[in-house]
Design a protein around this ligand. Structure first.
Ligand SMILES: [Mg+2]
Length: 310
């Protein structure tokens, strides 16, 4: 395996964890409130929202690791195994968990099949609260394991999303994001080429709102982005910062500075920027502070080994 490819694969997982950890203390805050307290927030600080030590990650990274461990240990996509790992994490009492995620995991715990629980929760949820970013924040391990087979990557990304987030905007959001990450990691693609190739593959089938939001990424202004937990705006913001920033650090710092769902927007931007620039481009003091950094590296190598040779 080419060293640069491995560095980018590690960057995807580690960038996600760094964005999550940088954003965690300022989740739910406004951009002006973050700025007045921290100026440019470019260090992993402790306390703040959820009152945790510096470098603590949240549900975004925890659930990403559930998926990555499952893929690495089973050697393939096994939705029931991923759902079991989500349940184990849920029962550990995490300090941060999304509503649809909690509802779906409880339905699975109570006997609903792993590929039914998320759909039932989605069908019972009203527009406005049925398409959160809780699956795009965790989906990137699939891009490393199935990046050699884009059609399978799309199918697996959608199935994995639907364990908790079955709305087509969520399932296709995961597919689109993972296609971009796979092109960056495997091919070392230029940002716009990676986005164009991903859009070409999903355009005919994905919801128009998602496709249009991603198509706008190269021409948007940062002021057009939104910091809510809606999957379409999170994918757009994550791609915007991840693909357009000059450095991995800028991508993650600027994503977190948006506030609102800062940890998840930081995580998605971090996955994209890490895949683009590589783990070696992430600030050393972040990597040293993030508790799960070593496991992210090991899992990235294991997942790459699952995908076919170029
Ligand atoms: Mg979180």
């Amino acid at each position: 395996m080419e060293d640069l490819t491995a560095d980018r694969a590690m960057g995807a997982l580690l960038g996600l964890a760094c964005g999550d950890a940088l954003g965690r203390p300022v989740e739910f805050r406004s951009p002006t409130s973050i700025e007045s307290q921290h100026g440019r927030l470019d260090e992993l600080v402790g306390h703040g929202t959820h009152n945790q030590p510096a470098g603590t990650v949240t549900d975004d990274t925890d659930m990403m690791l559930c998926i990555a461990r499952s893929l690495a240990e089973t050697g393939d996509f096994d939705g029931a195994d991923i759902a079991e790992r989500f349940l184990g994490w849920y029962e550990s009492g995490p300090f941060d968990i999304g509503i649809m995620t909690a509802q779906s995991i409880r339905a699975f715990r109570d006997g609903t099949a792993w590929d039914e629980a998320g759909r039932q929760v989605w069908e019972a949820s009203a527009e406005g609260s049925n398409a959160g970013n809780g699956s795009v924040m965790r989906c990137v391990p699939h891009a490393l394991a199935f990046g050699d087979d884009p059609a399978r990557l799309v199918a697996v990304s959608r199935e994995s999303s639907a364990i908790t987030h079955a709305d087509p905007r969520c399932t296709w959001g995961c597919a689109l994001l993972n296609l971009v990450v796979a092109a960056l990691v495997r091919d070392g693609a230029e940002p716009e080429a990676a986005l164009d190739a991903a859009l070409d593959r999903v355009r005919a089938d994905a919801p128009a709102e998602l496709v249009e939001a991603a198509e706008a990424v190269p021409t948007l202004d940062a002021g057009d982005l939104q910091n809510t937990g809606y999957v379409v705006t999170t994918v757009q913001a994550g791609l915007y910062h991840g693909l357009r920033a000059d450095t991995a650090e800028d991508a993650i710092v600027d994503a977190v500075a948006m506030g609102g769902d800062a940890d998840t927007i930081g995580a998605v931007a971090g996955a994209v920027a890490g895949a683009r620039f590589g783990a070696s481009a992430l600030p050393d003091d972040w990597v040293e502070t993030v508790a799960v950094a070593a496991e992210c590296r090991d899992l990235a190598e294991a997942l790459l080994a699952l995908s076919g040779d170029e």
